[in-house]
Ligand binder design. Sequence first.
Ligand code: NAD
Ligand code: IPM
Ligand code: MN
Length: 355
Amino acid sequence: MSNKIVLLPGDGIGAEVIYAAKDILEAISKKYNKTFEFSSYDIGGVAIDNHGTPLPNETVEACKSSDAVLLGAVGGPKWDNNPSDLRPERGLLGIRKALDLYANLRPVKGFKKLLHASPLKEDIIQGSDLLIVRELTGGLYFGQPSERLDSGNAVVDTLAYTRREMERIIDKAFQSAQLRNKHLTSVDKANVLESSKLWREIVEAKKAEYPDVTVDHVLVDAAAMKLITNPTQFDVIVTENMFGDILSDEASVLTGSLGMLPSASLAEDGVGLYEPAHGSAPDIAGKGIANPIAMILSAAMMLRYSFDMNEEAQAIEDAVEVVVNQNYHTADLKNDNGKVVNTTEMTQLIVNAIQ
Ligand code: NAD
Ligand code: IPM
Ligand code: MN
């Protein structure tokens, strides 16, 4: 069976790390005798330059008729002053909406060998292993109206959710907790926001359907603090779109670098999209030094969730661990006694470990 994968490299280091993931998948294809069929489409800034829109129709159509999508990253200073509908980020939000990718799973698990690469104390992060389940197609990112009023002297953004949108992500989080350590932390701002009050009611009501899962509620400001002072208290965290965006970048500090954090963006049924949590990193783009591990681990998530290739996914994760244990790392990780390699070298080391 052929597995049709659409590559959306995007901008900056997105285009650098996506070819690293492709090399890894080709190594998997050889070793395990699997066929992957790749095609590439434009999204983000490069799509604005080539097609006049951050999300061309042909990109959406190609994704819809694929078996899975891998996305690098979008954005960059070149397009930062564009009007809102001509920003690269609109392309990313657009494809998430078009594929109804409501569930963004961001696992945060550091490697033992890199404990000291985090600015946090080793005894605090030791043993931390959590999953952020971020709602991805609602909330402030999509609510209308979102505009300037009063000749530019006032603004409005809208935080809107339907009950159904909250229920499906909360269900996903309960189910994810059942597959892990059966502890769910719901993060909200129920002391202030109406949306969070409904969110909390739904979590409370759903407890009865998942009696094996223990649940607690933490306000988002306290959650931000607890993530870096006592991260081992968390198993699965579920939260709305923007809180999840912010907390997941913060949580990446547990692993030593944002360049280590993969993610899966899933629909109820339909095509999944796999993307690192990081952005296009304009500060290092073009230098060939980006950490490809977040992207490579996202490809492993793709094999697991979209293709049911658990052994192959595990082979990628094991290969990454082998290379990390050999003390190789890219420059984003602060590791004084390690060996610094660039994107291509890191990718080749992981390919070798797979073979
Ligand atoms: P960023 O994630 O691109 O970078 C933040 C910092 O982390 C930078 O110092 C960067 O060099 C470093 N970093 C990130 N990924 C790395 C990697 N793989 N290897 C080594 N270092 C890495 O966030 P930013 O600088 O705030 O945003 C830059 C652009 O990216 C903006 O246009 C933003 O909108 C966009 N962005 C896109 C996505 C996405 O496409 N999913 C996600 C976040 C930000
Ligand atoms: C992410 C990014 C995006 C988000 C931006 C680029 C729209 O930060 O994937 O985490 O906020 O969702
Ligand atoms: Mn983000």
